[in-house]
Design a protein around this ligand. Structure first.
Ligand code: TXA
Ligand code: MG
Length: 342
């Protein structure tokens, strides 16, 4: 199969619509990362998404809708706090998990009685969602566990020959995936941190919690996708905390001594420590937004320029950095975290 990359025009949108209504998958831009989209009502299309990504079949998908789509077509109940959050943050990088059963293909939520819904703010994503006028399920458009894609080229690198069309909407400005927030209970619970932070949500609805899975209790995990080693570049990775830069420097020198091709991923202010050793540095930047925007492109660049990546966590914590650190730690995790009690 030939994989076309096309700018978003009336013609490419019509082509995308045709593919979607014939059960196909199409890669689409959003403001966070690119998604691999399919018709949420079509079992075959949803299964195809899991298959083409190599995604574990216990990891549910997010349904994407345009700003005027009637939410009641796909959710059972719209909690009051969800309305407040939509008014404050949507369209934008916030996914809300609603009570919902039997409204879309049963393969979307993998047996959970909830549905994650997102209204992306990216103009190209909105144009596409309006064109099809149905909910589109779209996981990040990367091979499962690989680094999420923030450009059409990244999608092409993972799915060349496997999908027919990539709609090119430029580079994603957000850079990390949407915040996933469960609104089925009394207090919203963040299942995956992102650009809409816990503090921002709490300010609108009064309170917000963060979900941390308890592996020891055998409890059914709320958002299986948060558990895997994930977002990982295809090179060895070693992660150091911002307080232990001297260990990162020793590791860098040791790896170089062994003859490895080494690169360093760190925030801009850390770079002189490594550059004076002649290290190749991948610059995360200065601000938290910059770090979110650049992270995935740099992890993909690491694959092409080194076989060992020494990563140093940025100094800032909290806010958007919670999401950035979450992705960086998962990218550098050495093993899958078991998601069932054994
Ligand atoms: O920014 C984004 O959210 C991107 C773009 C393409 O929109 N999409 C994305 O999808 O990151 P994906 O499939 O890579 O991640 C979806 C996350 C996973 O952690 C999954 O477990 C969680 O959302 N999720 C989906 N449906 C859920 C549900 N019903 N309950 C709890 N978690 C859910
Ligand atoms: Mg993903």
């Amino acid at each position: 199969m030939q994989t076309k990359i096309r700018p978003i025009t009336p013609e490419s949108l019509a082509e995308a619509k045709n593919l979607i209504f014939n059960g196909g998958v199409v890669a689409i831009p959003t403001e966070t990362v690119y998604g691999l989209g399919g018709n949420a009502f079509d079992d075959h299309a949803v299964k195809r998404i899991f298959e083409v990504k190599g995604r574990p079949n216990d990891n549910p998908l997010i349904a994407h809708i345009h700003t005027d789509y009637d939410l009641s077509k796909i959710v059972d109940y719209d909690p009051p706090c969800a309305k407040q959050l939509r008014e404050a943050f949507l369209p934008g990088p916030l996914t809300l998990v609603y009570p919902s059963t039997n409204k879309v293909s049963p393969f979307v939520s993998c047996g959970l009685n909830t549905l994650a819904v997102r209204v992306p703010s990216h103009e190209g994503a909105q144009a596409f969602l309006r064109e099809v006028d149905i909910p589109i399920v779209a996981p990040s458009a990367n091979i499962s566990k690989h680094v999420s894609p923030t450009s059409a080229k990244h999608v092409y690198d993972d799915f060349q020959g496997k999908i027919p069309l990539i709609l090119d909407g430029g580079e994603c400005v957000g850079g990390i995936e949407s915040t996933v927030c469960d609104v089925t209970g009394d207090v919203p619970v963040i299942l995956r941190p992102g650009l809409i932070t816990k503090e921002m949500i709490a300010e609108v609805v009064g309170a917000c919690e963060e979900y941390t899975p308890d592996f020891s209790s055998g409890e059914k995990v709320k958002s299986p996708g948060v558990l895997y080693k994930h977002y990982s570049p295809r090179c060895q990775t070693r992660l150091y905390s911002s307080e232990s830069v001297e260990f990162a420097i020793s590791a860098y020198l040791r790896e170089r001594e062994k003859g490895e091709k080494v690169a360093v991923l760190c925030e801009e202010k850390r770079m002189p420590d490594f550059e004076k050793l002649g290290a190749r540095c991948l610059n995360l930047g200065k601000t938290e937004e910059e770090m979110a925007t650049r992270l995935y492109a740099l992890l993909r660049e690491a694959e092409t320029c080194c076989n060992v990546l020494i990563a140093v966590e940025p100094t800032a914590k909290g806010g958007v950095m919670t999401g950035v650190l979450n992705r960086l730690r998962k990218a550098c995790a050495s093993v899958d975290i078991p998601h069932k009690k054994v």
